[in-house]
Write a protein that binds this ligand. Structure first.
Ligand SMILES: *[C@@H]1O[C@H](CO)[C@@H](O)[C@H](O)[C@H]1NC(C)=O
Ligand SMILES: *[C@@H]1O[C@H](CO)[C@@H](O)[C@H](O)[C@H]1NC(C)=O
Ligand SMILES: *[C@@H]1O[C@H](CO)[C@@H](O)[C@H](O)[C@H]1NC(C)=O
Ligand SMILES: *[C@@H]1O[C@H](CO)[C@@H](O)[C@H](O)[C@H]1NC(C)=O
Length: 487
């Protein structure tokens, strides 16, 4: 998630095909959202389901199959894509029994007892990313086949379709234009086998498209081309003209499919969005411009130059996740259209509510109004400062600090306070989590300034087993800090 198509060859663009592509896909229209749960303090699942419904989302995509999450989705009417994490692919690839158990537990039960509207199983998540060094190349397709067999055996194969959310670099363009689109040479045969299997089973191709990542990884990427305002210099590909990267990238896939004999395969855009912090190009303005632009771009149901008709898409993402790996970049924890507490970040009209505005999550409970900051008497050159900050940032979240970020204008003391507070809040405001040796103190005055929000954490949700485990590890972290302090 979030690791996207960085290949600039796919910026390309494409030719209007003379063959009319007949749309065979009768999916519900409407917009979907990705619901990830890698957060120190996830909102209770029932609250998230209300958030989804009140904002008029019709579909939700998950990255796993947590019991509480699915139960909360029961009877909500929302279409659900459940996910299988990459680390389960090996066992599902090698054992039909394991696949049957997975389907029984994580699909059949929820459909029959909780009335969850499960429509897709996402097998793996971007398993062919180059970052994974080919680790999942041999297991993804057999896992897909085993899950499909298990769905057939469970009598669910008409209502539940398999798919694999893929990063957009599984295809590339040989000439830089959409018309040059084909599957990446090193995985070409595998991709054709998968595409044929999806086609034979009436299942869609799922792709994640990220103009932000192109801009992040290529300083020469033309900024305007990432957006939908039509201000970019158009790129002409035969009879088609492209004004934005999304259309060009999507059509590169359409060309790749068509060239290999699968021009009618339905496409789902599994992830699309823009982060709001953690990089100079990740901010509220750009995120709003991108998401609002995307929503109006797809609103008419016009499609792309190569494929007319509605675009089936899931925004990435619903809510920020402060526990995600920042290996892809500090922006990774800031993809939400809502903050961690379910409050909207900016004005966005999804075309689904009367007011045209985002609605915040209902009845969210916060911890006490207090923050941990640097003591006024503490000295910047105190030798304890550096280890304390690095400890706090290591276990807290400092991705809003640094050049071009929301807290990028803090002075040195502000930086240190931000780090201390993040650690303190993530540890549920335990007194022991604000005991940096002679450096920190608790205040009731909100230290937020300008665009820089010092978080005030929400109450932890104790519903699932994973949560309790997480809580005990944060208690352990607080104990370690206490011990450090005593030394
Ligand atoms: C069901 O999904 C959960 C969450 O992804 C996973 O931990 C569990 O192992 C799955 N159950 C089976 C029987 O595979
Ligand atoms: C992939 O390979 C690189 C270089 O050999 C290595 O640094 C990295 O840890 C590997 N990543 C994974 C996920 O195996
Ligand atoms: C604040 O912290 C950020 C990130 O660690 C750093 O880049 C910046 O230089 C710091 N600013 C000051 C004034 O210390
Ligand atoms: C804290 O400050 C006091 C007084 O300035 C000093 O005596 C003490 O050694 C300091 N403690 C630590 C852990 O640095």
């Amino acid at each position: 998630m979030g690791w996207g198509s960085s290949s600039s060859s796919v910026l390309g663009l494409g030719l209007v095909c003379l063959v009319t592509v007949s749309m065979v896909w009768s999916s519900v229209s409407g917009i979907g959202a990705n619901w990830g749960t890698q957060a120190s303090h996830p909102l209770p699942p029932d609250t998230v389901v209300k958030l989804l419904r009140e904002n008029g989302f019709q579909k939700v995509k998950l990255f796993d199959a947590q019991y509480d999450t699915l139960r909360a989705l029961g009877r909500s009417g929302l279409e659900v894509m459940v996910g299988i994490p990459n680390d389960m692919l090996l066992s599902l690839a090698t054992s039909v029994k394991a696949a049957e158990k997975w389907v029984a537990k994580n699909v059949s039960t929820h459909i029959s007892t909780d009335n969850v509207n499960i429509r897709y199983v996402a097998v793996g998540n971007e398993p062919f990313l180059e970052t994974y060094n080919g680790s999942f190349l041999r297991t993804t397709y057999p896992a897909l086949q085993n899950i499909q067999s298990a769905l057939i055996k469970a009598g669910l194969s008409n209502q539940v379709k398999v798919t694999i959310p893929l990063n957009a670099d599984v295809y590339e363009s040989l000439n830089g234009l959409p018309s040059g689109g084909d599957f990446r040479a090193d995985i070409h045969d595998l991709m054709i086998a998968i595409v044929k299997f999806l086609s034979d089973n009436g299942a869609p191709f799922t792709v994640n498209i990220y103009p932000f990542i192109s801009l992040y990884s290529d300083p020469n990427f033309p900024v305007e081309y990432a957006f939908f305002d039509g201000n970019a210099s158009p790129i002409v590909d035969g009879k088609a003209t492209y004004y934005n990267m999304f259309d060009a990238n999507y059509d590169t896939l359409v060309w790749a499919l068509q060239k290999n004999g699968f021009g009618n395969l339905p496409i789902i855009v599994g992830e699309i969005g823009w982060p709001t912090d953690g990089d100079r190009n990740a901010n509220l303005n750009y995120a709003q411009r991108f998401n609002a632009g995307f929503m109006s771009h797809i609103a008419g149901g016009k499609g792309t130059p190569m494929r007319a008709g509605p675009i089936d898409a899931y925004l990435f993402s619903l809510i920020d996740e402060d526990a995600k790996s920042i290996q892809p970049g500090n922006f990774e924890r800031h993809w939400g259209i809502f903050y961690y507490d379910g409050s909207p970040k900016y004005q966005l009209n999804l075309g689904t509510t009367n007011s045209g505005a985002l609605v915040k999550a209902p009845s969210v409970e916060y911890l006490e109004q207090k923050w941990c900051v640097m003591r006024p008497s503490a000295k910047l050159d105190d030798p304890q400062v550096a280890p304390s900050v690095s400890y706090a940032c290591g276990l807290g979240d400092c991705t809003s600090l640094g050049y071009g970020t929301s807290c990028g204008n803090l002075d040195a003391r502000g930086n240190i306070s931000y780090a201390f507070n993040s650690y303190f809040q993530i540890n549920n405001q335990l007194d022991s989590a604000c005991k940096f040796p002679n450096l920190s103190m608790i205040t009731k005055t909100n230290p937020s300034v300008g665009t820089c929000r010092f978080p005030l954490m929400i109450k932890p949700y104790y519903g699932g087993a994973g949560r309790l485990q997480k809580l005990s590890s944060s208690l352990a972290a607080a104990l370690v800090l206490m011990l450090l302090t005593l030394v």
